[in-house]
Structure formats: C-alpha cells, structure tokens
Design a binder for this molecule. Structure first.
Ligand code: BGP
Length: 465
C-alpha cells in the first residue's frame, strides 16, 4: 500500500527576498550585487518586484487562506547590514520581525534562507566570496539573526544553490566579475562558502540548539542517453560534479574524490588549509534542503566542442563540457514553455538517492513550473498546467515516502508571483497572481490562480490525491 504524508508534514511555498520584496529605495537597505546588475532590455528590475515589503500582511493573510503550514523566504543580508557587516538598519530588522510575527500568529512555520544570491555590494567590493572576510561577515550576520529569531524560527537554510552560483555565475549575475573570473577563483569562492556554512552549522548547534540547519543545493538526477557504458560514466561524472560534489562537502565535510580529481586535473581546485579541513569535518547538518526542477540526460563527449549541441531556451542545465559530458534530448519527457524538462519520477529517484546517501530528513525547498500565465477577462488565471505539474510531483513524493524516504516538507516555487532570475515577470511561478508586468506596475493587485484553490484543497486533505 501507499504511505500517507506525516501529520506534521510542512506543506509550504517559497520566495526569495530580492525577487519578491521590492522596498529597495528609502528603506535603509544597502545595495546588493543584484541591485548593481544591468538587466536585460525589457526585463523588470528588482526595485518594486512584487512590493511584498509593503504588502506582506495582505500576502500572509493569503498564505493563511491557502492553508500553508510553512513559508520559506530569504532575508536580504544588505537590508539588515547595509554594508554586510557593522551598522544595523533598524527598519530592516523591524520588517523581518513583523513578517515573522505575522507568520507565527497565523500558525505558519517560518523557514529562513540566510542568503539567496544577494550578497551585499560592500562585501563584493572587498572581494566578495574570494575574500575570507566574507566568511566571518556571514557568521556575524547569522549570529545576529539567530539571536533575534531563534525562539520563533526552527528551520534555517544557509546558502541557496551554491552550485548554481559557482557553475552558472553568468546566468544569475551572482558574480559581477564574470566572465573575467577564472574557474579556480570560482572554486575558491565555493570553498569559502562551504567554510561559512560549516561555521553557521557550528554556531547553531552550539549556541541555538533548538534550531535546525541545512544546506540548499540544487539537486537532480542525470540519465544516461543510451545503454552504452561510456554514456553511463558521463552521466555519473556530471551528476557528481554538479550535485554530489557539493552535497558531499555540505553534508559530510569532505570533497568528493571524483569532483576533486576533476578540479585537480584541470588545475582549478581550491587551496585548502588543514584548519579548513577540520572546520569542514567538524559537523553535519540536521536536514538537507533540495531545490528540484528537472532532470538531464547525458551522453559521452569525445573531447572536442563540436559535439556539444546548442539547445535553445534551456537555462537550467548546462549543455556540456568537451571531454566530460554532453546534454542529450530525452524523448520520454516533455518540457515547460521555457524548455525545462518536466520529470516527476525524477524527483522520486533524486529523493531516494539523497536519502540513501545521507540518511537525513529532506525538505524540498523549491520545485515549480514557470509559465506565461494569463489574466483572463473574467478575472481568473486558469493555470491547469501548473496543477497537473504539482499533482504529478506530489504523487511521486508520496511514492518516495513509501520507499522509506524521510521527507519533511514541500515548499514549491513560488508562493506568489515574483521576478524570475532572468525572464522577469514574463515567466510566473506563483499560486497568487500579481497584477503587473515587466514594463508596467499596474496596480500590483493579488489574484488567486486556479492552482491556489487546488493546493488549498490538497493541503486540507494532507496530500491525499
Ligand atoms: C532557482 C532559484 C530561484 C528561482 C528558480 C526559478 O534556481 O533558487 O531563485 O528563481 O530557480 O528560476 P528562474 O527564475 O530562472 O525561472
């Protein structure tokens, strides 16, 4: 028979600060590297975003109506410390205190991501993650927040998608020096992020033992394009380099031997001191958060770039690396309007793999479908494609639980429409529509989509579908 979702399962939804809040001007917020980006022509900037900064009470009331048991959001580091460290912005503290209180009052469990792509620009100026000063700044920032909110917030995520920031630095603009920066320097940044994260695990375990902490890596599975053994090796290589190379350090405190050799062979490995090694090895997280969107299908690459074909519209999965792997099409899977492979069974597979490796509870911190939703003249948004996307993924989650995976929550992306990382407001993810588009703010009115009513019913039935 099928297992049921546990009674305390965290049915949630996700956002990130810079994509939803707005409130950039006149709020005491410092600039982040995101505020310093030049945006593609015609794409919304992040100054107003969904104006959640001013409308959070209305939004939390909608989350309550939706029935959310948890809300995963991030704190904008530069809203708390405009310079990344030192002086505090009291308005920023007040904003998050009010948001957290509002959630708690409505019995919605706050799940906080400490850092979601938006490094304070002041820290970038002193080298960003290339500098070890950013490690101690991150630790001080985390300590400050935990000191304020540890009695109200149990779940803390450290760094969102470190692997995306390191492997796709150009896509999201998380490294303003890209493409001038070398791969070795990126891996050094990554190493510093691992250290910062380990310090925060330690801080939480020693000083705030009632809280739980975990990493939030973008994690997926890679299929081999054919049953040729060389394709199997290529798929395994890339799955390791992209996912487990990161999880292995974040969870077990050691560089994965295969990912390490990949870096050493190319002379792009980070420099690691013996003190670093002991910091990394000291501690394990309490749970693992994963962001899961799609899988990739992988074939061997013979070594020259001619066999890496271009696939338009696919931003999520890299196309290949000569001599390592190349992305292939999967004839068995459909894609979203933005070319992302839709693979609910791949979620079950990924949950199994992560659980069998690490034996820690898993929180799905992101999963969702970006689409150009349309507000119809009758005032409704018929996002049935999103309903079937969620339906299929939740069925597979139930199967994964039946397989024995300890899954503690599901926070789809996104709770409410927000600015997508590189397609602005054209590409929407929310259960709640925000009436604006890329070039006009309109009235920013909130409208419940069809998926809102569907998810509401699903939560009421505790996932029994
Ligand atoms: C994840 C990020 C999110 C989010 C999502 C959708 O990688 O953590 O911030 O934006 O992807 O991506 P996009 O906005 O590019 O469609």
């Amino acid at each position: 028979g099928l297992a049921t979702f546990p009674p305390d399962f965290l049915w949630g939804a996700s956002t990130s600060a810079y994509q939803v809040e707005g409130g950039v001007e006149g709020t005491g917020k410092g600039r982040s590297i995101i505020d310093a980006l030049t945006h593609p022509e015609g794409m919304a900037d992040f100054n107003v975003a969904s104006d959640h900064y001013n409308r959070f009470k209305e939004d939390v009331a909608l989350f309550k109506e939706l029935g959310l048991k948890a809300y995963r959001f991030s704190i904008a580091w530069s809203r708390i410390f405009p310079d990344g460290i030192g002086e505090v912005n009291p308005k920023g503290v007040e904003f998050y205190r009010n948001l957290i209180d509002e959630l708690v009052k409505n019995e919605i469990e706050p799940i906080i991501t400490l850092y979601h792509f938006d490094l304070p620009y002041a820290l970038q100026k002193i080298g960003g993650w290339s500098s070890r000063e950013t490690i101690s700044a991150f630790e001080a920032y985390a300590d400050f927040l935990l000191n304020l909110f540890s009695s109200k917030v149990t779940y803390w995520l450290t760094i969102n998608e470190q692997n995306t920031m390191i492997l796709h630095p150009g896509a999201i603009g998380t490294d303003p020096d890209y493409p001038m920066i070398s791969k070795q320097a990126l891996n050094q940044q990554s190493h510093h992020m691992f250290l910062a994260q380990a310090k925060v695990y330690q801080l939480i375990h020693q000083k705030y033992p009632m809280c739980k902490v975990g990493p939030a890596i973008n994690t997926t599975s890679m299929y081999q394009a054919t049953s040729r053994p060389e394709d199997a090796i290529a798929a395994h290589n890339w799955e390791t380099i992209r996912c487990y190379g990161f999880l292995e350090v974040a969870v077990n405190g050691r560089y994965h031997p295969l990912a390490w050799r990949y870096m050493v062979d190319r002379e792009i490995a980070p420099i690691i001191t013996s003190e670093d090694e002991s910091i990394l090895q000291a501690i394990r997280p309490d749970f693992i958060a994963i962001n899961y969107y799609s899988t990739a299908t992988i074939a061997e690459s013979k070594g020259d770039s001619s066999d890496i074909s271009a696939r338009a519209g696919d931003q999520q999965i890299m196309l290949g690396e000569p001599g390592v792997y190349r992305a292939a099409d999967n004839p068995f899977l459909d894609t979203t309007p933005y070319g992302w492979v839709v693979d609910p069974v791949g979620l079950r597979l990924t949950l199994r793999k992560v659980y069998e490796r690490y034996n820690l509870p898993i929180l799905i911190s992101e999963n969702g479908m970006g689409a150009p939703d349309k507000l119809e003249t009758d005032g409704r948004i018929y996002d049935f494609y999103r309903i079937s996307f969620y339906h299929e993924h939740i069925k597979q989650m139930q199967l994964a639980i039946t397989d024995g995976v300890k899954l503690i929550g599901y926070c789809p992306w996104s709770a409410i429409d927000l600015v997508s990382t590189h397609q602005g407001y054209a590409k929407r993810y929310g259960f709640i529509y925000v009436n604006r588009d890329d070039n006009s703010l309109k009235d920013l009115r909130r409208i419940k989509k069809e998926s809102f009513f569907w998810y509401q019913n699903l939560i009421r039935k505790n996932g029994d579908i």
